[in-house]
Design a protein around this ligand. Structure first.
Ligand code: TXA
Ligand code: MG
Length: 326
């Protein structure tokens, strides 16, 4: 057990670089959720991620790079992977309309810490669009390994404060980039062969991926890789992203003493919080984790959640809620 340390929260990228250069792991803003970032080539730094999160060592980490050129130093990209990277890894300076996508590709560079891939011969690579993440990786010039910056199995953090609530005393520094624009993790696609396989639903829609690979069949998430008898993306585990108190789904009339997380305009007198009064799924994705955290209190017996349509990003929201329920 490491000695308790003081956790600083700051917008100073130079301070963030100082800690990365000293083999520490730090909170990093991205457009999806906050990451817990460390030098992906340092065994010492990467092991600190697993310690701080309480993450099992068999669950691999994804690496974050500035662009496709940097990604190709670390992984092999076939035609389909190139096509997806070119379509989704273009971040303009505003990072508006960004479509976060993690590509799993064969590992190329043996400089990567073995703890990143947990022994797999593939690596998950993502290009975050958040300008502070971009600047941090550019100046560090080495990929940053980063899972979501929550304690293992708890709700992902979408603000620097949520990272602090989970990891205060366990990490030295959190780079504060404001609330995450999307609020849900990246979509993960296995691009190791020429049939894209979605490993995790996320903030990029299946429909957007199909548009880029129209002639390719698309496989849906499955829990286990039938060939390797191995978990291929533990984010796909049945219970994950869970509040401490129980969760009930598709509720229209909550019990007494239950927190009620509503969606849409019709719950005025019943709701404790509302994911989106106007019924916007994007707004609901943005609010989901912060509101689950806010309602995860002992004063309630459970969190009841109103029905949410599974169209568009609603598919990823319902996927996370199913796993929150376990
Ligand atoms: O939006 C995101 O993806 C965020 C931000 C911080 O970038 N990151 C994130 O990381 O959600 P994490 O570790 O919480 O989820 C990544 C998932 C895990 O379920 C892990 O098992 C899976 O990706 N994964 C990592 N490497 C893999 C690989 N080589 N093959 C299959 N799955 C992999
Ligand atoms: Mg996570």
């Amino acid at each position: 057990m490491r000695k308790k340390i003081e956790t600083l929260i700051s917008t100073d990228i130079n301070q963030a670089l100082y800690f990365l250069n000293n083999n520490e792991c730090i909170g990093m803003p991205t457009e999806t959720v906050y990451g817990l970032a460390a030098d992906a080539t340092s065994d010492i730094a990467v092991q600190k991620i697993y310690q701080a999160k309480g993450r099992p060592s068999f669950n691999p980490l994804i690496i974050h790079v500035t662009d496709l050129k940097m990604a190709q130093e670390w992984g092999y990209f076939n035609d389909m992977a190139l096509r997806l990277a070119n379509a989704f890894w273009q971040c303009d300076s505003t990072f508006n309309n960004s479509k976060p996508l993690t590509l799993v590709v064969p590992l190329k560079n043996k400089m990567l810490s073995k703890y990143v891939t947990a022994g797999l011969e593939t690596v998950g690579i993502r290009v975050p669009a958040h300008p502070m993440a971009q600047q941090l990786i550019k100046e560090f010039s080495i990929p940053l390994a980063a899972p979501s910056a929550n304690r293992s199995n708890y709700i992902s953090p979408t603000t620097a404060k949520s990272v602090y609530d989970d990891l205060n005393g366990l990490i030295p520094f959190i780079l504060d980039g404001g609330p995450c624009q999307m609020g849900l993790e990246s979509t993960i696609v296995d691009a190791t062969n020429n049939t894209p396989l979605i490993l995790r639903y996320g903030s990029t829609l299946k429909e957007d991926i199909v548009k880029i690979c129209p002639h390719m069949s698309m496989n849906e998430p499955n829990l286990h890789n039938p060939n390797h008898h191995q978990i291929i993306a533990p984010g796909m585990l049945k219970k994950h992203y869970s509040p401490k108190i129980p969760v009930r789904l598709n509720v229209t009339i909550p019990h007494d003493n239950e927190a009620f997380l509503a969606f849409g305009p019709k719950y005025d007198h019943l709701e404790t919080l509302n994911l989106s009064k106007s019924g916007s799924l994007e707004e609901a994705a943005f609010n989901l984790y912060a509101m689950l955290r806010a309602l995860d209190q002992n004063q309630y017996t459970s969190i009841a959640i109103a029905p949410i349509p599974s169209t568009g990003i609603g598919a990823a929201i319902n996927d996370r809620l199913q796993r929150a329920m376990g």
